[in-house]
Structures are given as C-alpha cells and as structure tokens.
Design a protein. Sequence first.
Length: 248
Amino acid sequence: MAIDETSGKRAERQNMENIDFSKFEKNILDKGFVRLVDMMGDDYAAVKAARVSYGQGLKTPERDKALIMYLMEHGHETPFEHIVFTFHAKAPLFVARQWFRHRIGSFNEISQRYTEIKDEEFYIPSNVRVNVPEDRQKAVQLNDEELLHKVIDMMENVFDESYKIYKELLGLGVARELARIVLPLATYTQFYWTVNARSLMNFLNLRADSHAQWEIQQYAIAIADIFKETCPWTYEAFIKYGYRGDLL
Ligand SMILES: Cc1cc2nc3c(=O)[nH]c(=O)nc-3n(C[C@H](O)[C@H](O)[C@H](O)COP(=O)(O)OP(=O)(O)OC[C@H]3O[C@@H](n4cnc5c(N)ncnc54)[C@H](O)[C@@H]3O)c2cc1C
C-alpha cells in the first residue's frame, strides 16, 4: 500500500513496488516484444506532485482522480513527468529508428559491434500495404494473399543472401561493425527505453495513430495497454482530454 508522506494516510491502491512486472509483457510482430521492466510512481505520484504546490498530499480516491482529470483537461502536464517507465523492446531497425526520434526519454541499445546477429532475427511482414494518392503518409492493407506470399518470398531471398554474406565477411575476419552493414532494415534490435508519462503520451499521440507506420503502431498500442493497466486514472484522463490519435 502506498503511504502519503503529507497525511500519513494509506492509499487504497497497490504500490508499484509490489507489482509483478512479468505480467506486463507483450509479443509484437513475428519476433518482437515490449515488456515493462521497471516503473517509478503511478497515478498517485502525479497527484502528490501537483498538490505539493499547496503543501498537501493525497485526499480521497474520488478527489485524487478528479485532480488528475483537471490537470489533463487544462494542460497541466508536468505532474505526469513524475511517473517513469522503463521498457525493454525488441523491434526491427526501421521501427527503432522511428522510435529513437522521441528525444524526451533515454535509450540504450544492444550493440551490433559487440554481438553477432542470429539468422532468425529478421522481421517477416504478415500483411502487405500499398500507398494511396489521397494521403502521402498513409499505406493501406491489401487483402491479397498471392501478393503477400510473393512479397515474403522476395524479402526472404534478400535476407538469406545478405545474412550469408554477413557470415562470409565474419569468416574472412572482417569486424562485426563492418560486416553488419550488409544486413537489412528488417534486422531486429533490442533496447531499453526510460520515459516519463508525459513524453509517453506524446509518443502515443504520434504513434498510436493511423498516420504512423503499421509496425510501430503495434508497439504503441501495447504500450498504451501497459499504461492503462498501471495508471488507470491518468490513462482515462489522457483518452478523454489529451489523446490526438485515432487508434486507442
Ligand atoms: C506520422 C509521422 C511521420 C513522420 N515523418 C517524418 C519525416 O518524414 N522526417 C522526419 O525527420 N521525421 C518524421 N517524423 C518524426 C517527427 O518529426 C518527430 O521527430 C517524432 O515524432 C518525435 O516527436 P517529438 O519531437 O514530439 O518527440 P520528442 O523528441 O520526445 O519531444 C517531445 C516534445 O518535447 C519538445 N521538444 C523536444 N525537443 C525539442 C527541441 N529541440 N526544441 C523544442 N521543443 C522540443 C516538443 O514539444 C516535443 O513535442 C514523423 C513522425 C510521425 C509520427
């Protein structure tokens, strides 16, 4: 149970320190995942941060939730910076490249200079999309199994060939940092992402949205689920007052 420092009152909700993080793990795409590995604070952290302005702490759950709604509705977002998540993600390089553009957060990535790539570490798509003239950003899924199989065949051929050359280069004694440059953008990478809830909401606005690439949408939707489970009031307020995307 969380204990409010100001009033000493016991909060009714479970403290995040006692949470079993293993339940916050989701498989994404064919070989990827996102899992919550650590967290600091929850809805109550935002409430306490907001009330410190008045030298006050937690009140009743109804009033605490109402405060979160008020903060979100009026754009007072700094209290949400006191909720911090650390995720471990496995995603193709092209997804990671889009993800790493989100500067408000911290990343640490596995090094392909120090580790050898395994041959099963390539993303094989499960759907095929085409561009549409009305919207240059968007790509729409086609229900065309024949085309999908053809696309997968073509991609697998390239992946097999580039991996074969990668191994040959390593066999010649070429350093991993140089050999890796023949590998495709479909290669999986892994990274840690530490992000506060305010920046996470910005990520969801931009990536849990139909204008974002379908693959990163899948990660954003999974992160939204974890956000909802761990911070239900903040998530509810975000969806009601802050969310600008169209997938949640
Ligand atoms: C659909 C889509 C298409 C995209 N297409 C392209 C593209 O074609 N080319 C391309 O280069 N990028 C593209 N991007 C990436 C996009 O421009 C952003 O870099 C990315 O979405 C991160 O958003 P952000 O800057 O809000 O996030 P963060 O970097 O996490 O920043 C969060 C917020 O902090 C503030 N902030 C951060 N840094 C600064 C700063 N230096 N100065 C002032 N305020 C700051 C801003 O308010 C910002 O919204 C695309 C993104 C999307 C979602």
